[in-house]
Design a protein around this ligand. Structure first.
Ligand code: ADP
Ligand code: MG
Length: 251
């Protein structure tokens, strides 16, 4: 298995005011191409900080991060922005769509920041294809207000896929959705993963995490457990350990 993400002893300390916050305290981790990983853990356990590092939105204070084989832990702002555009797609809890803009235009947006220039026709073709991937090929001209929450999140997923990223990163992608719609979005994630897209997501719901193939529970900036979901489903013992870790992480 080719590793797409390799973290070695990653730390992140925030220096704000009087006290230092050690948000991530020594995480080592490999994620292979085609994996679907869910990070869990209580609020404050360092999930978003780790996601920001994985997403090249922030740099580790210590330790190394190799993305797709290249060390990105020392890169400056511009180089990180470039890597983000080329290799990563982002999905957020609150969709972050432009409200007065059609689904298609929302999805095309990242292409306008690309180094490559696209013709209007290329933009449309790529945008349509991405929306078809998430089952919204018939809603191209709808504005976000004309779409349900689940459909809006699908638009956001299509936008994240437009640059054909190496990794899709999603921080609590179902956090603003009801449980039925959450399951629908997890269905979309599973389909994309079956097509070979690597997915890393954060959730604090055990049932949402079970749609992934691998579950990692964080606590106090460290990895508490890291188990394949298949093991969790096959073995009561693994299931019990994970539930316990999850419960512990919430204390
Ligand atoms: P989670 O996503 O698991 O809730 P976070 O990564 O957001 O956890 O936060 C981990 C710790 O780091 C928390 O104590 C939080 O208050 C702190 N933290 C997060 N972001 C910042 C920041 N930008 N500046 C200072 N402290 C931060
Ligand atoms: Mg968070």
């Amino acid at each position: 298995m080719t590793a797409v993400v390799q973290l070695a002893d990653v730390h992140k300390t925030y220096h704000t005011g009087e006290v230092d916050v050690h948000a991530v305290r020594g995480v080592s981790l490999e994620i292979g191409k085609g994996e679907f990983v869910a990070f869990m853990g209580s609020s404050g356990s360092g999930k978003s900080t780790l996601m920001n590092i994985l997403g090249c939105l922030d740099r580790p204070s210590r330790g190394s991060y190799r993305l797709d084989g290249a060390d990105v832990s020392q890169l400056g702002r511009n180089a990180l922005a470039d890597i983000r555009n080329r290799k990563l797609g982002f999905v957020f809890q609150n969709f972050n769509l432009l409200s007065r803009t059609s689904a298609l235009e929302n999805v095309e947006l990242p292409l306008l920041y690309s180094h490559r220039r696209f013709t209007t026709r290329e933009l449309r073709e790529k945008g349509e294809r991405a929306l078809q991937l998430v089952g919204l090929g018939k809603r191209l001209d709808h504005h976000p207000s004309q779409l349900s929450g689940g459909q809006q999140q699908r638009v956001a997923v299509a936008r994240a896929l437009i640059n054909e990223p190496e990794v899709l990163l999603a921080d609590e992608p179902t956090g603003n959705l009801d449980s039925r719609t959450s399951v629908e979005i997890m269905g979309v994630f599973q389909q994309l993963n079956e097509q070979g897209i690597t997915i890393i997501m954060v959730t604090h719901e055990l049932d949402i995490a079970s749609y992934a193939k691998r579950n990692i529970v964080m606590r106090d900036g460290k990895i508490l457990t890291d188990v394949p979901v298949a093991a969790r489903l096959d073995s009561r013992e693994e299931m019990r350990k994970l539930e316990e870790a999850h419960k512990l992480s919430l204390e």
